[in-house]
Structures are given as C-alpha cells and as structure tokens.
Design a protein around this ligand. Structure first.
Ligand SMILES: C[S@@+](CC[C@H](N)C(=O)[O-])C[C@H]1O[C@@H](n2cnc3c(N)ncnc32)[C@H](O)[C@@H]1O
Length: 367
C-alpha cells in the first residue's frame, strides 16, 4: 500500500500546532521561573515519582516542582490529588524532553529503577536495554543541565555485580567532569522516621559549583512506633485468615515465629523450613511499639516479611503504613488497597526527603 503524503495545509497546520505547544511550554516556564525568582524559591524536576514521597519532602523544604513524571496512571492520580496545580506528566520518562527547561532547574531527581542495569556476570552495562532508564536519566541531565541531581535506589545497588553496576553508573553520571558525583547510604531512622530503611542516594553537583557536597547530618531525635501509632485515622487492611490470626495472637511484641510454642512453630513453618535454618525473623513477626519498624515492603502481609500491628492482631493498615513513611494524614492514596500499599511502600519517607531537601537548599545558597 502506498502511504498518502500529507498536503501542504496539513504540514503547516501540524507545524503551527507544535510551535504553539512549545511556545505555551516556554510561556509556562517563564511564568514559573519568574514566580520562583520573586518567591526566592528553588525548582526541581522529578522522574519516576511514585506517589510523591521524595517530591513532598522537597516541596516541604521550599522547592517548587516544574515537572513531576510517573509511569503509572493511579500513582499520577495520587500526585494530582495531593499537589493540585503541579505539572504532572504521566508516561514513561523515556519520552521526556527537558531541553525547554535548560538553565532553569536547580535539582533533577528520581527513584529511577536500575537493578537490571547490569546483570551479575555480564558487563553489558550501558548497551543492555535494561539499563535504558539510567541512560535516559543521563540524557535528561544533558537536556536541562541541573545544578544538582539526585538518584535514589535500593542499597543492594552497591553490591550488585560486585560493585561494577554502581561504578558504571557513577562514571556515566560524571559526564567527563561536568558533574562531581557522590554516593552514600542513608538510613531513614536517622532522619525522624520510625523505620529502619537504608537507601543509596547518588548526588551529582555541576562543576560550576566549587563546593564539596555533604549529606544531611543525622537528626538528634529518635522516633519510635509508639510515637506514630496512636490516634491513627481508620483505614483498610487485609485481615488475617482465622487460622493465621490464632497463630499471630501468640506472638509477643517484637517477636516472631521463634516465640511460638514448639508444636505451633512446626505446624506454621514446616519441619523442612525450620531445618534449613537462616533465622527467617520476618516470618510471623509482630512489631514493637518501643522500636522502629523494619523496612516497609509493598504489602504488609507477606509470609517472609510479616508486619503485624504491635498490639492488635492484624497487619498494619494503609494509614499506619503512611504514618510510618511520615506522610501526613491528609495525604490521599488513590487506587485499590494493594496499589495504596505499593505506593506507600515504594516511597522515600517524606521526612528523610525533607532533610535531604533542606540540606540541598542550604548547599545551593538559599536560606
Ligand atoms: C521506587 S518508586 C519511586 C518512589 C518515589 N521516589 C517516592 O518517593 O514516592 C519507582 C517508580 O518508578 C516508576 N517507573 C518505572 N518505570 C518508569 C518509567 N519508564 N517512566 C516513569 N516512571 C517509571 C514506577 O511506576 C514507580 O512508581
């Protein structure tokens, strides 16, 4: 079949539409930049934003979002609901073009998935299609040349492929000296969060800034579960089946399967599982009000990573999850129960993000 060539009118019309769109973007950007100068505020762009833990903390620290991107429709609904007026761009970060923002972005950031960047044993690195999102993030750095960029990821990235994966990413992000790249593992419990949650934070500083970056200093406060699990608004959770509830009732605060009577241990775990050893302290685990929570997962009730309420015999509710991730009670999570847990479990705790944002703000010379 021969493709019909568009006639001249169609070509001109499409050119005009594109020009109008890009002029509108330019216009919107000018207004935002102008308002930011007036308000003395810093700007950020975020990709892979999830439900907005990292972005909420940065906004709380005084940053204004120019653009927030996320792939999942439901997560974008959450972002729109909680940040009305923000420019939420739904879709893959692979389709973003940040050139129109060049020179206007203080921070470019994101929880860019990169576990598959380079599989153990292989060293395909940047040529591997699974490394695409990291390569795209680097393209976005080139597009808008932020003063500083941040990539957040799981701690496992440091040891992945014997450290080669991280080494490759740091080298790429350095862009032959355009950015000085730092990395550190931060634990949320050190930043007013009642949760042990370690994450790697990669920070790149533009070479026009002749200062060494230092990560936020640890807070003096220690926040425990008893500080956040009181007067929590009611919300949904997946109740235990009756037989599991009977078992969980026997586990004391801060305990797990090893605290069960031996016959119940055997029935719940299975002889083979007990014999194989390895601790398995996440199984039948009940949290303790006197401690911080272990890392929240994307579901509160998985066999290997049980997160039972310290006092009541049920999994943590959605709102309790949000409290532990330091979201305010007013933050609304869209979608099914499973999606709500997933969004919260994936997030950077808001208070950790706030501390990081405040530290970056000071580093960039703002009060
Ligand atoms: C770890 S979560 C980010 C959590 C976020 N930093 C927060 O604090 O709430 C990673 C997110 O990346 C999103 N994602 C994955 N691939 C993407 C892509 N190609 N473009 C945009 N977002 C993507 C996922 O849907 C997920 O919400």
């Amino acid at each position: 079949m021969v493709e019909r060539r568009p006639d001249k009118t169609e070509v001109v019309r499409s050119m005009l539409t594109r020009t109008r769109l890009s002029l509108k973007l330019e216009y919107d950007n000018c207004i935002i930049t102008f308002m930011n100068i007036l308000n003395n505020s810093l700007t950020f762009i975020e990709v892979c934003a999830g439900c907005g833990g990292l972005s909420s903390g940065f906004m709380e620290a005084g940053f204004k979002p120019l653009l927030i991107n996320e792939l999942e429709k439901t997560f974008c609904k959450t972002l729109r609901k909680n940040h009305p007026g923000a420019n939420i761009v739904e879709g893959s970060m692979l389709d973003l073009d940040l050139k129109p923002y060049k020179g206007r972005v203080d921070v470019l950031q994101g929880g860019v998935p990169c576990q598959a960047f380079s599989q153990a044993g292989e060293r395909k690195g940047l040529d591997d299609p699974r490394g695409k999102l990291i390569v795209q993030f680097n393209k976005l750095i080139h597009d808008c040349e932020p003063r500083l960029f941040i990539v957040e990821n799981v701690k496992g990235l440091t040891t992945h492929n014997n450290g080669e994966t991280l080494k490759g990413i740091l080298e790429l992000f350095g862009n032959n000296g355009l950015y000085k790249v730092y990395h550190a593992i931060l634990n949320a419990k050190d930043y007013d969060v009642p949760q042990k949650r370690e994450r790697i934070l990669i920070v790149g500083v533009h070479n026009s800034i002749q200062k060494e970056f230092t990560y936020p200093k640890k807070s003096d406060k220690i926040v425990l579960l008893k500080d956040v699990l009181t007067n929590v608004p009611e919300s949904i959770y997946p109740p235990y089946p009756a037989h599991k509830e009977e078992v969980m009732k026997l586990v004391p605060q801060g305990g797990c399967w090893v605290d069960l009577p031996e016959d119940i241990q055997r029935a719940y775990m299975g002889e083979a599982s007990i014999a194989s050893g390895g601790g398995k302290r996440g199984i039948a685990r009940r949290l303790s009000m006197e401690q911080q929570s272990p890392t929240l997962m994307t579901s509160p009730s998985q066999k290997q990573t049980e997160l039972c309420h310290p006092i009541e015999t049920r999994p943590l509710t959605v709102r309790e999850y949000a409290r532990i991730q330091t979201f305010p009670d007013s933050y609304i999570f869209e979608g099914s129960m499973a999606k709500q847990y997933k969004q919260i479990g994936n997030a950077v705790p808001v208070k950790l993000a706030y501390h990081l944002g405040a530290c970056v703000k000071e580093f960039l010379g703002y009060k």
